[in-house]
Design a protein around this ligand. Structure first.
Ligand SMILES: NC(=O)C1=CN([C@@H]2O[C@H](COP(=O)(O)OP(=O)(O)OC[C@H]3O[C@@H](n4cnc5c(N)ncnc54)[C@H](O)[C@@H]3O)[C@@H](O)[C@H]2O)C=CC1
Ligand SMILES: O=C(CO)COP(=O)(O)O
Length: 362
């Protein structure tokens, strides 16, 4: 296999995205590039530019204070992080591209980048979501590969960004297809003593775990908002986990059972159902008895950060209907109908008994 770069070369890293996780990922990467001679010290981070209430531009304050005061306040990113509002300039000459934006924006970003990146560049997606097209569903890593023509791995896991920002111990999973050498290079870029990473050859399994757990987290938040207690929440998580696995294996028969027991699987499900933003906004939704929409609550509760689960639930609904699988996934169907206010939050409790009675095995 050809080496990723000539020996003695320096890999230049660019991060596309600078939200909550994007900023933490950049901090981790910047702490590693400065220590390891195979990487170029500077890490360029694309900022979707915005003007702060002070009148300053977000990218300018990041470069001045080495802190993302909007999406990750109080955390030093590293003096080798360069915030850049110019997308094309951010990726210029980069050998390693880290994609970490809300999934709804990624297609537009990739289209803008087509033909502007090094042909031999490698990518990794930290994005938890999928794209639904007329021809069927498409994982984000595949979309990146298709539009940019480059290899793309994924990194998913129980990774509540604010906790990793404080360097509290966490694990993550890198998923790859065929080229383990590339996956190892990504591990070198991300691993730290507080961020422990395993590698699995099951890119779809890893990415679907990261994507689908956001829908289960919404259900967990609904249960919290309905004040149903720990047993009900555990039941909802178990049923959701079962549908995650069944759906993943129906969509990609190559998905491995073992992937669900990596950090990207059961661990991320637990972390997100207890500490994530999807859970938080869904709890507020249930407390408001479904009278305020998710969009409305997202704006107020997250202040610029974005939910992935609601859009994913809708995308999942489309796939299930399109494939005629709706009867096999009552939990996913119910969550999506609650999100669009076709069903009240309490229906989450009814759908679990339906599923238990069907006893579907996958
Ligand atoms: N925050 C977390 O704890 C974790 C997040 N993730 C995943 O990382 C991905 C990115 O999430 P975060 O970094 O947390 O972002 P975020 O939700 O904190 O922030 C939203 C980001 O979207 C940007 N944005 C707004 N409008 C835009 C537009 N029109 N075009 C492009 N960008 C726009 C904002 O500038 C901001 O950077 C998501 O897929 C999420 O599921 C994964 C693990 C942990
Ligand atoms: O993916 C996450 C943790 O691994 C974060 O989930 P939320 O987007 O629900 O905060």
């Amino acid at each position: 296999m050809a080496p990723l770069m000539e020996k003695g070369g320096v890999y230049k890293v660019a991060v596309i995205g600078s939200g909550n996780w994007g900023s933490v990922a950049t901090k981790i990467i910047a702490s590693n590039t400065i220590k390891q001679s195979i990487f170029h010290d500077d890490v360029r981070m694309w900022v979707f530019e915005e003007t702060l209430p002070t009148g300053e531009k977000l990218s300018e304050t990041i470069n001045k204070n080495h802190e993302n005061c909007k999406y990750l306040p109080g955390i030093y990113l590293g003096s080798n992080v360069v915030a850049d509002p110019d997308l094309e300039n951010t990726v210029k000459g980069a050998d390693m591209l880290v994609f970490v934006t809300p999934h709804s924006y990624i297609k537009g970003i990739c289209k803008r980048l087509a033909g502007k990146i090094k042909p031999e560049a490698k990518a990794i997606s930290l994005i938890k979501g999928m794209e639904v097209k007329k021809e069927g569903s498409c994982m984000i890593s595949k979309l990146i590969t298709e539009v940019l023509g480059i290899n793309c791995c994924v990194l998913m896991g129980a990774n509540i960004a604010n906790e990793i920002a404080e360097e509290k111990l966490s694990e993550a999973t890198i998923g790859y297809r065929e080229d383990q050498e590339v996956a190892n290079r990504w591990l070198q870029l991300f691993a730290t003593p507080y961020f422990l990473i395993s590698i699995v050859e099951d890119i779809e399994g890893v990415e679907l775990c990261g994507t689908l757990k956001n829908v289960v987290a919404l259900a967990a938040g609904l249960v919290d908002g309905l004040e149903m207690g720990h047993n009900t929440k555990a039941a909802i998580m178990r049923i959701g986990f079962k549908e995650m696995r069944a759906f993943s294996k129906l969509l990609f028969p190559s998905v491995k059972n073992s992937t669900f027991f990596e950090s990207c699987g059961v661990a991320d499900l637990i972390a997100t159902c207890f500490g994530g933003r999807n859970r938080k906004v869904a709890e507020a939704f249930a407390r408001n008895r479904g009278k305020r929409s998710f969009n409305d609550l997202e704006e107020g509760v997250l202040q610029g950060q974005k939910l992935q689960g609601v859009l994913t639930a809708q995308e999942l609904f489309e796939v299930l209907i399109d494939r005629g699988w709706e009867d096999q996934f009552p939990f996913f169907i119910t969550v999506s109908k609650i999100c669009t206010m076709q069903l009240p939050p309490r229906s989450i409790l009814q759908c679990s008994s339906v599923l238990n009675s069907t006893q579907l095995e996958f």
